[in-house]
Design a protein around this ligand. Structure first.
Ligand SMILES: Nc1nc2c(ncn2[C@@H]2O[C@H](COP(=O)(O)OP(=O)(O)OP(=O)(O)O)[C@@H](O)[C@H]2O)c(=O)[nH]1
Ligand SMILES: [Mg+2]
Length: 200
């Protein structure tokens, strides 16, 4: 077990999807349930940040509320850094159905000696599948106090390990690994990707 906290972000309004994304199925399980299962395998503690408290009860996980509500994922990270039993957390969005426990463990190793470890590939960063240390809290609080809610807005002010994923996996895998579902079209695409993965 990694002595760290896995945090599944499940707040927000799912406006683009029109229905709570956490419960949508890609494969046999709802996305939140699937990630919870992966994280329980490796993290000493798993929390759900935001969303329906009933969900957490059903999965046997604690649901924590945002301390600042309705302002997006950075507030989920903020609340999780407050509430986690451990100094380091791995944050994942509940709408990323293809992330794995193995990748989470890899990212936790990358945050040693840093405040943040974030996957990077090409021009992209994946701050919604990244490791954060409690040392980020004061800087995040300053951002929130200044009404700056962009998730990676505080990165220039802390020690960030930008982890080049092209060294870790192939280009195609990267696109699948970090695929996130925002719209009904994305959901359809993800289900096709999942079918392909099974038949491959
Ligand atoms: N704790 C917490 N999580 C959030 C919040 N807003 C979004 N999230 C989560 O952050 C992840 C990324 O969210 P998005 O896909 O950008 O947005 P969303 O709010 O779910 O959907 P839209 O309303 O369509 O933008 C998802 O796992 C959401 O559940 C928030 O205010 N608090
Ligand atoms: Mg999203």
């Amino acid at each position: 077990m990694i002595q760290a906290t896995g945090v599944i972000l499940a707040g927000g309004k799912s406006v683009r999807m029109g229905t709570d994304k956490a419960f949508l199925k890609v494969g046999p399980q709802g996305m939140l349930e699937h990630i919870a299962g992966e994280f329980k395998k490796v993290f000493a503690e798993v929390l759900i940040s935001g969303g329906d408290p009933e969900t957490g009860r059903n999965l046997g996980l604690r649901v924590i509320n945002d301390l600042i509500e309705g302002k997006g994922p950075l507030c989920g990270v903020h609340a999780a850094l407050h509430e986690a039993q451990h100094d380091k957390i791995l944050v994942v969005a509940c709408d990323m159905p293809f992330v794995t426990a193995k990748l989470a463990c890899f990212m936790m190793r990358q945050v040693e000696g840093y405040d943040v470890a974030v996957p990077s590939h090409g021009i992209y960063l994946q701050p919604l599948f990244a490791a954060y240390s409690r040392s980020c809290l004061p800087v995040i609080e300053e951002s929130l106090a200044a009404n700056k809610y962009k998730i990676d807005g505080f990165f220039p002010r802390v020690r960030v390990n930008y982890v080049n994923m092209e060294n870790y996996c192939s280009h195609i895998d990267i696109e699948t690994l970090f695929f996130n579902i925002n719209t009904p079209v994305d959901l359809h695409k993800a289900r096709e990707m999942a079918d392909k993965k099974i038949t491959n």
